[in-house]
Design a protein around this ligand. Sequence first.
Ligand SMILES: Cc1cc2nc3c(=O)[nH]c(=O)nc-3n(C[C@H](O)[C@H](O)[C@H](O)COP(=O)(O)OP(=O)(O)OC[C@H]3O[C@@H](n4cnc5c(N)ncnc54)[C@H](O)[C@@H]3O)c2cc1C
Length: 416
Amino acid sequence: MEDEGKTLVIGGGAAGYFTAITAAEINPSADIRIVEAGKKILRKVKISGGGRCNLTHHCFDPKELSLRYPRGPRELRGAFHHWQPLDTIKWFEQRGVETKTEDDGRMFPKSNSSQTVIDCLTETARKAGIKTLRENRLLNIEKLHDKWKLTLAGGETLIANRVCLALGSLKSSGLEESLSKLGHKIHPSMPSLFSFNLKAHPLRDLAGISVQNATVLNHPLGKKQNGPILITHRGLSGPAVLRASAWDAENLAKLNYRFETEINWLGQMKPEDLKNQLNDFRKKIPTQRTSQNPFPELPKRLWIKILDLISIPLETTWAHLSKQHSRNLVGNLLSFRAQVDGKTTNKDEFVTCGGICLKEVDFKTMESKIHPGLFFAGECLNLDGITGGFNFQAAWTTGRIAGQSMAKSYPIETSS
Ligand SMILES: Cc1cc2nc3c(=O)[nH]c(=O)nc-3n(C[C@H](O)[C@H](O)[C@H](O)COP(=O)(O)OP(=O)(O)OC[C@H]3O[C@@H](n4cnc5c(N)ncnc54)[C@H](O)[C@@H]3O)c2cc1C
């Protein structure tokens, strides 16, 4: 059966819903349908942010905001001038979803429930007359003169004037081949935001301990990341590690997740400053045992572990600390090196990087530069943010722009 749905959005996630709603609100007479492979729509919104949905971030400067995206910062910077977190918050608040900001800048619905966001999106879509076709997986998309022919898993075909692909991870969409045939370049999918498994985990018995201000640097070629680190049963996690995994995602995939990571447990402290501090301890607290942790920012068990790893007896006083032990302390506190052997995907927030090459998409319209009438939004593009609500913001922004241009670039149409 052939169906003449004129504006199709493929994917019932955050980006797909935002695209469809925007298009429908601008062009109320348009026939807009969302085609979703699964039984459930907005599945990731539901589980996001531990069920609370960290829907955006309290950062309202497009330039500053764009720096939180390891892939796509340049393209998103322009797009954020068009639709940014302030717009997102206003949009949701106008539709009854009040938001709140946590100390670290993450923004959630005041209800603390992702269902509030889902209810808002589905109710707004219903009011706008958007139809959702669930359990309809798109298998193939091809050009048919100036239209699009879409083949669904059940064999049904849909004909559309314009299509927005909001597929989430391209790899799981099954459409990589179809898109390559259309001439679109695809960056290979790979995970971003993961924890590091440590080989012969030297800190395993400290699992559960976190250090609030530490720095992670992956070798070779990593980008330094500062923030909390959590020691887990498998290795290292926490915001600084997840951020480092996102920034270095492509490089770490090439290394098959076997690399060396270096931790500064004292944040940004420099060796010279620490050497001076150890000398001060010698002078000011000569009879105090080194086992008494002198660094309030460092958990005591981690301090004792570091003394143990470099064989400093617990009864050693600061006056008796040898030069070699001092050097080892500086090395292990500021450049603790560990071999990473594999990764663990973070359950709370997981994104893939890779996807449609950004050069082939006009970020003013989200339209393909190769094929007019084909639009993209959300995670299927080769862009991704660090944790903190940035990935949903990218979905809202790209969805908003795609929806607007889909609605505006064609004459008002009727669904008959
Ligand atoms: C556990 C978890 C927690 C997260 N928490 C947060 C958070 O708190 N804050 C944040 O900013 N980000 C979070 N993220 C990331 C965020 O969920 C994604 O960045 C966001 O969902 C991307 O939206 P999207 O619409 O592009 O893709 P998706 O939400 O993945 O939606 C894509 C949709 O397309 C459908 N689809 C795919 N292929 C086809 C096909 N061939 N035919 C038809 N339909 C298809 C899929 O079934 C899916 O419903 C989290 C991710 C996970 C996994």
